[in-house]
Ligand binder design. Structure first.
Ligand code: FES
Length: 392
Protein backbone atom coordinates (compact mmCIF):
# COMPACT_ATOMS: atom_id res chain seq x y z
CA UNK A 1 0.00 0.00 0.00
CA UNK A 2 1.44 3.40 -1.04
CA UNK A 3 1.85 6.27 1.36
CA UNK A 4 -0.94 8.30 -0.17
CA UNK A 5 -3.29 5.30 0.00
CA UNK A 6 -2.47 4.94 3.71
CA UNK A 7 -3.44 8.57 4.19
CA UNK A 8 -6.82 7.96 2.67
CA UNK A 9 -7.59 5.07 4.97
CA UNK A 10 -6.73 6.98 8.11
CA UNK A 11 -8.39 10.18 7.09
CA UNK A 12 -11.94 8.83 7.29
CA UNK A 13 -14.30 11.69 6.69
CA UNK A 14 -11.54 13.91 5.33
CA UNK A 15 -10.65 11.34 2.71
CA UNK A 16 -11.77 13.35 -0.28
CA UNK A 17 -9.52 16.25 0.70
CA UNK A 18 -6.52 13.98 1.23
CA UNK A 19 -7.15 12.37 -2.12
CA UNK A 20 -7.15 15.68 -3.92
CA UNK A 21 -3.89 16.83 -2.36
CA UNK A 22 -1.95 13.55 -2.60
CA UNK A 23 -2.69 12.54 -6.19
CA UNK A 24 -0.03 11.34 -8.53
CA UNK A 25 1.48 13.10 -11.46
CA UNK A 26 -0.95 11.19 -13.70
CA UNK A 27 -3.75 13.29 -12.24
CA UNK A 28 -2.51 16.43 -13.99
CA UNK A 29 -5.13 17.93 -16.23
CA UNK A 30 -7.82 15.40 -15.26
CA UNK A 31 -11.27 16.89 -14.92
CA UNK A 32 -12.75 16.99 -11.43
CA UNK A 33 -15.25 14.31 -12.36
CA UNK A 34 -12.63 11.96 -13.76
CA UNK A 35 -10.37 12.35 -10.76
CA UNK A 36 -13.22 11.96 -8.35
CA UNK A 37 -14.29 8.72 -10.04
CA UNK A 38 -10.77 7.33 -10.05
CA UNK A 39 -10.18 8.15 -6.41
CA UNK A 40 -13.62 7.26 -5.21
CA UNK A 41 -13.26 3.83 -6.74
CA UNK A 42 -10.11 2.97 -4.84
CA UNK A 43 -11.50 4.30 -1.60
CA UNK A 44 -14.86 2.62 -1.26
CA UNK A 45 -13.77 -0.02 1.23
CA UNK A 46 -11.40 2.14 3.23
CA UNK A 47 -13.70 5.03 4.12
CA UNK A 48 -16.65 4.71 6.50
CA UNK A 49 -18.42 7.33 4.40
CA UNK A 50 -18.81 7.17 0.66
CA UNK A 51 -16.77 9.77 -1.16
CA UNK A 52 -19.33 12.22 -2.57
CA UNK A 53 -16.84 13.32 -5.23
CA UNK A 54 -17.32 16.54 -7.12
CA UNK A 55 -20.75 17.58 -8.39
CA UNK A 56 -21.51 16.82 -12.01
CA UNK A 57 -20.43 19.69 -14.20
CA UNK A 58 -23.37 21.30 -15.98
CA UNK A 59 -22.71 23.48 -19.01
CA UNK A 60 -24.16 26.99 -18.93
CA UNK A 61 -26.68 28.14 -21.54
CA UNK A 62 -23.95 30.28 -23.09
CA UNK A 63 -21.75 27.17 -23.50
CA UNK A 64 -24.26 25.31 -25.61
CA UNK A 65 -26.34 28.03 -27.27
CA UNK A 66 -24.41 30.43 -29.53
CA UNK A 67 -27.34 32.87 -29.49
CA UNK A 68 -27.25 33.04 -25.68
CA UNK A 69 -23.49 33.63 -25.84
CA UNK A 70 -23.97 36.43 -28.35
CA UNK A 71 -26.68 37.96 -26.17
CA UNK A 72 -24.37 37.87 -23.14
CA UNK A 73 -21.61 39.45 -25.18
CA UNK A 74 -23.95 42.29 -26.20
CA UNK A 75 -24.92 42.81 -22.55
CA UNK A 76 -21.29 43.12 -21.47
CA UNK A 77 -20.50 45.45 -24.36
CA UNK A 78 -23.56 47.57 -23.52
CA UNK A 79 -22.52 47.90 -19.87
CA UNK A 80 -19.00 48.88 -20.87
CA UNK A 81 -20.30 51.44 -23.35
CA UNK A 82 -22.54 53.11 -20.77
CA UNK A 83 -19.61 53.08 -18.35
CA UNK A 84 -17.49 54.91 -20.94
CA UNK A 85 -20.22 57.52 -21.39
CA UNK A 86 -20.37 58.01 -17.60
CA UNK A 87 -16.59 58.52 -17.48
CA UNK A 88 -16.83 61.15 -20.22
CA UNK A 89 -19.70 62.70 -18.24
CA UNK A 90 -17.36 62.93 -15.23
CA UNK A 91 -14.81 64.95 -17.19
CA UNK A 92 -17.50 67.17 -18.71
CA UNK A 93 -19.07 67.79 -15.27
CA UNK A 94 -15.68 68.70 -13.82
CA UNK A 95 -15.20 71.50 -16.33
CA UNK A 96 -18.80 72.49 -17.05
CA UNK A 97 -20.35 72.80 -13.59
CA UNK A 98 -19.44 75.76 -11.47
CA UNK A 99 -17.78 74.65 -8.27
CA UNK A 100 -20.08 76.89 -6.22
CA UNK A 101 -23.33 75.81 -7.89
CA UNK A 102 -25.69 74.00 -5.57
CA UNK A 103 -28.28 71.30 -6.08
CA UNK A 104 -30.81 70.67 -3.31
CA UNK A 105 -28.48 72.34 -0.85
CA UNK A 106 -25.36 70.38 -1.75
CA UNK A 107 -22.59 71.14 -4.24
CA UNK A 108 -23.90 70.36 -7.74
CA UNK A 109 -20.44 69.53 -9.03
CA UNK A 110 -19.84 67.04 -6.22
CA UNK A 111 -23.14 65.35 -6.96
CA UNK A 112 -22.37 65.12 -10.68
CA UNK A 113 -18.82 63.85 -10.14
CA UNK A 114 -19.92 61.32 -7.55
CA UNK A 115 -22.82 60.05 -9.64
CA UNK A 116 -20.92 59.79 -12.93
CA UNK A 117 -17.80 58.28 -11.34
CA UNK A 118 -19.88 55.85 -9.32
CA UNK A 119 -21.92 54.74 -12.34
CA UNK A 120 -18.76 54.26 -14.42
CA UNK A 121 -17.11 52.05 -11.81
CA UNK A 122 -20.29 50.19 -10.93
CA UNK A 123 -21.00 49.26 -14.55
CA UNK A 124 -17.46 48.06 -15.14
CA UNK A 125 -17.87 45.81 -12.10
CA UNK A 126 -21.19 44.44 -13.33
CA UNK A 127 -19.76 43.89 -16.82
CA UNK A 128 -16.79 41.98 -15.38
CA UNK A 129 -19.11 39.74 -13.35
CA UNK A 130 -21.32 39.06 -16.37
CA UNK A 131 -18.33 38.29 -18.51
CA UNK A 132 -16.81 35.93 -15.95
CA UNK A 133 -20.06 34.12 -15.17
CA UNK A 134 -21.40 33.76 -18.66
CA UNK A 135 -18.59 33.87 -21.17
CA UNK A 136 -15.23 33.00 -19.69
CA UNK A 137 -13.88 29.50 -20.24
CA UNK A 138 -15.68 27.14 -17.88
CA UNK A 139 -13.89 23.89 -17.25
CA UNK A 140 -13.21 22.34 -13.86
CA UNK A 141 -9.71 21.04 -13.38
CA UNK A 142 -7.97 19.51 -10.40
CA UNK A 143 -4.34 20.41 -10.01
CA UNK A 144 -2.13 18.57 -7.59
CA UNK A 145 -0.28 20.73 -5.09
CA UNK A 146 3.47 20.81 -5.63
CA UNK A 147 6.40 21.46 -3.35
CA UNK A 148 6.74 25.19 -2.75
CA UNK A 149 10.47 25.26 -2.05
CA UNK A 150 13.04 25.09 -4.82
CA UNK A 151 15.43 22.17 -5.08
CA UNK A 152 19.15 22.78 -4.45
CA UNK A 153 19.79 22.53 -8.20
CA UNK A 154 17.16 25.17 -8.92
CA UNK A 155 18.66 27.50 -6.32
CA UNK A 156 22.14 27.00 -7.76
CA UNK A 157 20.75 27.70 -11.21
CA UNK A 158 19.11 30.94 -9.99
CA UNK A 159 22.42 32.13 -8.49
CA UNK A 160 24.23 31.23 -11.72
CA UNK A 161 21.71 33.28 -13.72
CA UNK A 162 22.25 36.29 -11.47
CA UNK A 163 26.02 36.01 -11.71
CA UNK A 164 25.80 35.61 -15.47
CA UNK A 165 23.49 38.64 -15.69
CA UNK A 166 26.01 40.71 -13.76
CA UNK A 167 28.78 39.56 -16.03
CA UNK A 168 26.80 40.32 -19.19
CA UNK A 169 25.90 43.79 -17.97
CA UNK A 170 29.61 44.62 -17.97
CA UNK A 171 29.18 46.56 -14.74
CA UNK A 172 32.40 45.20 -13.29
CA UNK A 173 34.39 46.71 -16.17
CA UNK A 174 32.45 50.00 -16.45
CA UNK A 175 33.75 51.89 -13.45
CA UNK A 176 32.10 55.18 -14.37
CA UNK A 177 28.67 53.60 -14.61
CA UNK A 178 29.29 51.71 -11.38
CA UNK A 179 30.11 54.96 -9.58
CA UNK A 180 27.19 56.92 -10.98
CA UNK A 181 24.40 54.36 -10.79
CA UNK A 182 24.22 54.22 -6.98
CA UNK A 183 23.68 57.99 -6.49
CA UNK A 184 21.23 58.06 -9.41
CA UNK A 185 19.08 55.32 -7.88
CA UNK A 186 19.50 56.63 -4.33
CA UNK A 187 18.52 60.16 -5.30
CA UNK A 188 15.31 58.89 -6.82
CA UNK A 189 13.82 59.02 -3.31
CA UNK A 190 14.77 62.71 -2.93
CA UNK A 191 11.71 64.06 -4.78
CA UNK A 192 9.50 61.89 -2.58
CA UNK A 193 11.13 63.25 0.57
CA UNK A 194 10.88 66.83 -0.66
CA UNK A 195 7.17 66.36 -1.34
CA UNK A 196 6.66 65.37 2.31
CA UNK A 197 7.14 69.05 3.07
CA UNK A 198 3.71 69.67 1.60
CA UNK A 199 2.19 67.73 4.48
CA UNK A 200 2.67 70.84 6.61
CA UNK A 201 4.77 71.76 9.59
CA UNK A 202 5.91 69.09 12.00
CA UNK A 203 3.77 68.85 15.13
CA UNK A 204 6.76 69.32 17.47
CA UNK A 205 5.52 69.16 21.04
CA UNK A 206 1.94 70.04 20.12
CA UNK A 207 0.75 66.48 20.54
CA UNK A 208 2.10 66.35 24.09
CA UNK A 209 0.33 69.41 25.41
CA UNK A 210 -3.11 70.92 25.47
CA UNK A 211 -4.00 74.51 26.28
CA UNK A 212 -5.00 73.70 29.87
CA UNK A 213 -2.71 75.63 32.23
CA UNK A 214 -2.52 76.20 35.94
CA UNK A 215 -5.45 78.34 37.06
CA UNK A 216 -7.38 77.97 33.78
CA UNK A 217 -11.06 78.05 34.63
CA UNK A 218 -13.06 74.93 33.78
CA UNK A 219 -16.24 75.97 31.96
CA UNK A 220 -19.19 74.13 30.49
CA UNK A 221 -18.89 73.22 26.84
CA UNK A 222 -21.41 74.99 24.58
CA UNK A 223 -22.48 77.62 27.12
CA UNK A 224 -19.07 78.69 28.45
CA UNK A 225 -20.48 78.95 31.99
CA UNK A 226 -18.09 78.49 34.91
CA UNK A 227 -18.77 75.57 37.22
CA UNK A 228 -19.13 75.75 41.00
CA UNK A 229 -17.89 72.55 42.63
CA UNK A 230 -20.68 72.61 45.21
CA UNK A 231 -23.33 72.60 42.46
CA UNK A 232 -22.23 69.33 40.87
CA UNK A 233 -24.54 66.42 41.68
CA UNK A 234 -23.17 62.97 42.50
CA UNK A 235 -23.52 60.76 39.40
CA UNK A 236 -23.57 63.63 36.94
CA UNK A 237 -21.27 64.18 33.95
CA UNK A 238 -20.50 67.59 32.48
CA UNK A 239 -18.70 68.28 29.20
CA UNK A 240 -16.12 70.97 29.80
CA UNK A 241 -13.59 73.15 28.00
CA UNK A 242 -10.92 75.65 29.07
CA UNK A 243 -12.44 79.09 29.64
CA UNK A 244 -10.20 80.84 27.15
CA UNK A 245 -12.11 79.19 24.31
CA UNK A 246 -14.99 81.48 25.24
CA UNK A 247 -15.27 85.23 25.64
CA UNK A 248 -15.45 85.78 29.38
CA UNK A 249 -15.53 88.86 31.60
CA UNK A 250 -13.15 89.64 34.48
CA UNK A 251 -15.23 87.57 36.86
CA UNK A 252 -15.06 84.58 34.54
CA UNK A 253 -18.64 84.69 33.34
CA UNK A 254 -19.42 84.12 29.69
CA UNK A 255 -19.87 87.36 27.76
CA UNK A 256 -20.20 86.12 24.17
CA UNK A 257 -23.32 86.26 22.06
CA UNK A 258 -26.17 83.97 23.04
CA UNK A 259 -27.13 81.16 20.73
CA UNK A 260 -29.91 83.15 19.09
CA UNK A 261 -27.60 86.05 18.35
CA UNK A 262 -25.13 84.09 16.26
CA UNK A 263 -26.04 84.36 12.58
CA UNK A 264 -26.55 80.89 11.15
CA UNK A 265 -25.28 79.29 14.34
CA UNK A 266 -27.14 77.43 16.98
CA UNK A 267 -24.80 77.13 19.89
CA UNK A 268 -21.21 78.13 19.27
CA UNK A 269 -20.31 81.20 21.25
CA UNK A 270 -16.60 80.54 21.17
CA UNK A 271 -13.85 82.91 20.29
CA UNK A 272 -13.38 82.67 16.57
CA UNK A 273 -9.69 81.91 16.37
CA UNK A 274 -8.31 79.88 13.51
CA UNK A 275 -7.21 77.01 15.72
CA UNK A 276 -10.40 76.75 17.72
CA UNK A 277 -11.46 73.42 16.23
CA UNK A 278 -8.02 71.91 16.73
CA UNK A 279 -8.13 73.02 20.35
CA UNK A 280 -11.60 71.61 20.84
CA UNK A 281 -10.23 68.24 19.69
CA UNK A 282 -7.43 68.33 22.26
CA UNK A 283 -8.80 70.21 25.25
CA UNK A 284 -12.24 68.58 25.50
CA UNK A 285 -12.76 67.03 28.92
CA UNK A 286 -15.48 65.66 31.16
CA UNK A 287 -16.25 66.24 34.81
CA UNK A 288 -17.84 63.48 36.89
CA UNK A 289 -18.71 63.43 40.55
CA UNK A 290 -18.39 60.04 42.24
CA UNK A 291 -19.92 59.20 45.59
CA UNK A 292 -17.42 59.29 48.49
CA UNK A 293 -15.57 56.15 49.45
CA UNK A 294 -15.79 54.18 46.20
CA UNK A 295 -12.93 55.65 44.20
CA UNK A 296 -9.55 54.00 44.05
CA UNK A 297 -7.24 56.93 43.37
CA UNK A 298 -3.73 55.85 42.27
CA UNK A 299 -0.96 57.28 44.51
CA UNK A 300 0.42 59.53 41.75
CA UNK A 301 -3.04 61.09 41.25
CA UNK A 302 -3.77 61.89 44.89
CA UNK A 303 -5.01 65.48 45.18
CA UNK A 304 -6.06 65.71 41.52
CA UNK A 305 -9.78 65.64 42.34
CA UNK A 306 -12.00 67.95 44.35
CA UNK A 307 -14.03 65.93 46.87
CA UNK A 308 -14.85 63.18 44.38
CA UNK A 309 -15.06 65.50 41.35
CA UNK A 310 -12.75 64.12 38.68
CA UNK A 311 -11.83 65.63 35.36
CA UNK A 312 -10.80 63.29 32.53
CA UNK A 313 -9.95 63.81 28.87
CA UNK A 314 -12.98 63.33 26.64
CA UNK A 315 -10.83 61.96 23.81
CA UNK A 316 -10.56 58.16 23.59
CA UNK A 317 -6.94 57.01 23.63
CA UNK A 318 -7.67 54.37 21.04
CA UNK A 319 -8.55 56.38 17.93
CA UNK A 320 -9.67 59.69 19.32
CA UNK A 321 -13.45 59.48 19.44
CA UNK A 322 -15.09 61.90 21.89
CA UNK A 323 -16.63 59.98 24.77
CA UNK A 324 -19.36 60.90 27.19
CA UNK A 325 -21.42 57.71 27.52
CA UNK A 326 -21.24 57.38 31.30
CA UNK A 327 -22.91 54.76 33.47
CA UNK A 328 -23.05 56.38 36.90
CA UNK A 329 -23.83 53.20 38.87
CA UNK A 330 -20.65 51.44 37.72
CA UNK A 331 -18.67 54.61 36.91
CA UNK A 332 -17.86 53.14 33.51
CA UNK A 333 -17.22 55.37 30.53
CA UNK A 334 -17.95 53.68 27.20
CA UNK A 335 -16.47 54.73 23.89
CA UNK A 336 -19.12 54.26 21.21
CA UNK A 337 -16.61 53.74 18.42
CA UNK A 338 -14.97 50.44 19.36
CA UNK A 339 -16.40 49.82 22.82
CA UNK A 340 -13.41 50.61 24.99
CA UNK A 341 -14.60 50.88 28.60
CA UNK A 342 -12.78 52.99 31.19
CA UNK A 343 -13.34 52.85 34.95
CA UNK A 344 -13.48 56.45 36.15
CA UNK A 345 -13.53 55.33 39.79
CA UNK A 346 -10.20 53.57 39.26
CA UNK A 347 -7.95 56.16 37.66
CA UNK A 348 -9.67 55.81 34.29
CA UNK A 349 -8.09 52.42 33.70
CA UNK A 350 -9.20 50.32 30.73
CA UNK A 351 -11.62 47.49 31.54
CA UNK A 352 -12.39 46.36 28.03
CA UNK A 353 -11.75 47.12 24.38
CA UNK A 354 -8.83 48.14 22.18
CA UNK A 355 -7.64 51.12 24.26
CA UNK A 356 -4.24 50.34 25.74
CA UNK A 357 -3.83 52.92 28.50
CA UNK A 358 -5.93 54.75 31.07
CA UNK A 359 -7.80 57.83 29.96
CA UNK A 360 -5.69 60.87 30.97
CA UNK A 361 -6.84 62.81 34.03
CA UNK A 362 -6.65 66.58 34.41
CA UNK A 363 -5.70 67.71 37.93
CA UNK A 364 -8.27 70.24 39.16
CA UNK A 365 -8.89 72.41 42.22
CA UNK A 366 -11.23 75.24 43.24
CA UNK A 367 -10.47 78.95 43.22
CA UNK A 368 -11.25 81.34 46.04
CA UNK A 369 -14.91 81.49 44.96
CA UNK A 370 -15.35 77.73 44.77
CA UNK A 371 -15.24 77.47 40.96
CA UNK A 372 -13.32 74.68 39.27
CA UNK A 373 -9.94 75.52 37.77
CA UNK A 374 -7.13 73.36 36.39
CA UNK A 375 -4.04 72.70 38.50
CA UNK A 376 -1.93 72.20 35.37
CA UNK A 377 -2.01 70.70 31.91
CA UNK A 378 -2.60 66.94 31.51
CA UNK A 379 0.46 65.04 32.67
CA UNK A 380 0.51 62.90 29.54
CA UNK A 381 -0.60 63.32 25.91
CA UNK A 382 -4.31 63.04 25.33
CA UNK A 383 -5.91 61.11 22.51
CA UNK A 384 -4.53 58.27 20.42
CA UNK A 385 -1.04 57.03 21.13
CA UNK A 386 1.81 57.79 18.75
CA UNK A 387 5.32 56.47 18.34
CA UNK A 388 7.17 59.19 20.25
CA UNK A 389 4.58 59.51 23.00
CA UNK A 390 6.93 58.56 25.82
CA UNK A 391 9.87 60.64 24.63
CA UNK A 392 10.37 64.12 25.98
S1 FES B 1 -11.90 55.23 19.45
FE1 FES B 1 -12.58 54.62 21.37
S2 FES B 1 -12.48 52.51 21.34
FE2 FES B 1 -11.78 53.08 19.40
Amino acid sequence: MGESEGHRQQAGQGASIAQTTTGSADDHGATGQELSQRQGHGNQQASPLADPGLPVHRPRPTDVDPRAAKRAERQVAGLLTVSSIASIGFVVAYFAIDVHASLLGVGAQNVALGASGGVALFLIGIAAIQWAKKLMYDEEMVEVRHRLSATPEERREAVDILVEGGRESGLARRTLIKLSIAPALGLLVAPVIVLLRDLGTLPGNDLKHTSWTSGMRVVQDITGDRIKAADIQIGSLINVMPADLYPTGPDGTYTGPSAGEIPGGDHIGELETPDVYVRRGEDAAIIVRIEPGVSNVPPQRQGWDVAGIFCYSKICVHMGCPISLYENQTHHLLCPCHQSVYDLADGGKVLFGPATRAIPQLPIMVDSEGYLVAQSDFHEPVGPSFWERNRT
